[in-house]
Design a protein around this ligand. Structure first.
Ligand SMILES: [Mg+2]
Length: 393
């Protein structure tokens, strides 16, 4: 069985005006769908970040993929080199091999150690938008309402607050209200996206310890700065900012910036790499959680298989999926229950691309004219006096 065809389709889907430390989500989130087809007619799917550069990267890898066997993952990984480019191709090839063998992707990768994966409620401060009914969420009270609705609708018991948006004291007040409302059986984490100064991070880290935080994610930027914060706060630190590649580990071992590393198969280099990451972190005494960007169901299926085969992922995984209203997968969208999703049984990934839906979201991509994600582009329509500052607080 040889790979005969590689199709790369950029797509866009509606995204609410969610806030983060650097700006606001644009009306469309962009992603890239990869479809690999063999000479025997089997087809596999992968998904990754959106934007011109990743599309070009995957297109450039075409000669390294066509003619290969979909089981020769290591050869393709070594030839492609870029983990961002390799990841969706690996996922699509695993999808094909799983279908050929009648096995799910997690069965192929050593077998699932869990059949269900727990997720966190990804709570965003946000502006009002005519296309969604979440309203304006720009103060602690409104955020508590958002969190209650997340819990009521999908049953999440872990709450991740995207921070670095309001004044640190207001975000602390938000954490206080969340802890008071949900009680000690729920988990709380906050991610200011590296926008707090070291002094602010230490002050806030000490103050939030009373709310029994699961972890504080990237309060500030820089490995040494994170290490300084970690030395001075009683709350565990996590990151998808300072340990995001294998080459970061030697310095991380030396400085000790975090307690928990966020996996993400899209940039660590696929599902096999996620298993390696779990093992490396275990050896180093680090915990493993899972990072998310805005994504569709193909990525979500891959994330589920990754979590199913990586025993070291013991934290609820992050996912933007509750904010997504349209998808490229056939049939129903995924729906969280009790904060969890079942790992698809396969064969392969367990999801199929719906060509009509793919075409629709590709049309949206063409109309959106967003060649890359830019959270700065629209922020001044909401905050006319916006000034870029780093650190902000
Ligand atoms: Mg983060």
């Amino acid at each position: 069985m040889k790979i005969a065809e590689l199709r790369v389709t950029p797509v866009a889907f509606a995204d609410p005006p969610l806030r983060n430390s650097t700006g606001v989500h644009e009306p469309y989130a962009i992603r890239t769908i990869v479809q690999v087809r063999t000479d025997e007619g089997l087809e596999g799917a992968g998904e990754t970040y959106g934007g011109q550069s990743i599309v070009e990267g995957i297109e450039a890898a075409r000669p390294l993929v066509i003619g290969q066997s979909p089981t020769r993952l290591e050869c393709m990984r070594m030839a492609i080199r870029d983990p961002h480019v390799y990841s969706p191709i690996e996922v699509a090839c695993l999808d094909i091999t799983g279908k050929a063998m009648g096995l799910s992707v997690s069965e192929l990768l050593g077998g699932p150690i869990r059949n269900q994966v727990e997720f966190s409620a990804y709570l965003f401060y946000k502006y009002e938008d005519e296309n969604d009914d979440w309203g304006r969420v720009m103060d602690p009270e409104a955020m508590l309402r958002e969190a209650k609705r997340f819990h009521r609708t999908w049953g999440f018991k872990c709450h991740k607050l995207k921070g670095g948006v309001l004044k640190p004291e207001e975000e602390l007040e938000t954490l206080r209200m969340l802890r008071e409302h949900f009680g000690d059986s729920h988990q709380l984490r906050i991610d200011p996206n590296g926008v707090w100064a070291v002094g602010t991070s230490i002050r806030m880290g000490k103050a939030m310890a009373q709310y029994n935080m699961e972890y504080l994610e990237d309060p500030c930027s820089g490995m040494a700065q994170m290490a300084e914060v970690r030395e001075n706060v009683p709350v565990p630190l996590s990151t998808n900012g300072v340990v995001t590649a294998w080459s970061h580990f030697p310095e991380a071992v030396e400085l000790g910036p975090v307690d928990v590393v966020l996996s993400d198969h899209h940039y660590w280099g696929g599902l096999v790499a996620t298993k390696y990451l779990g093992h490396v972190c275990e050896v180093l005494g680090l915990g493993v959680s899972m990072h998310s960007n805005s994504h569709l169901g193909v990525s979500l299926a891959a994330m589920l298989h990754a979590a199913a085969v990586t025993p070291q992922i013991t934290y609820a995984c992050d996912s933007h999926y509750p904010w997504v209203k349209e998808d490229v997968i056939r049939g129903e969208m995924f729906r969280f229950q009790d904060g969890c999703l079942d790992v698809p049984r396969g064969p392969g990934l367990g999801v199929e691309i719906d060509p009509e839906k793919l075409g629709r979201l590709h049309e949206k991509y063409l109309r959106a004219k967003q060649a890359r994600r830019d959270d700065q582009r629209l922020i001044r329509t909401y905050e006319p006096n916006w000034v870029n500052r780093f650190p902000r607080w």
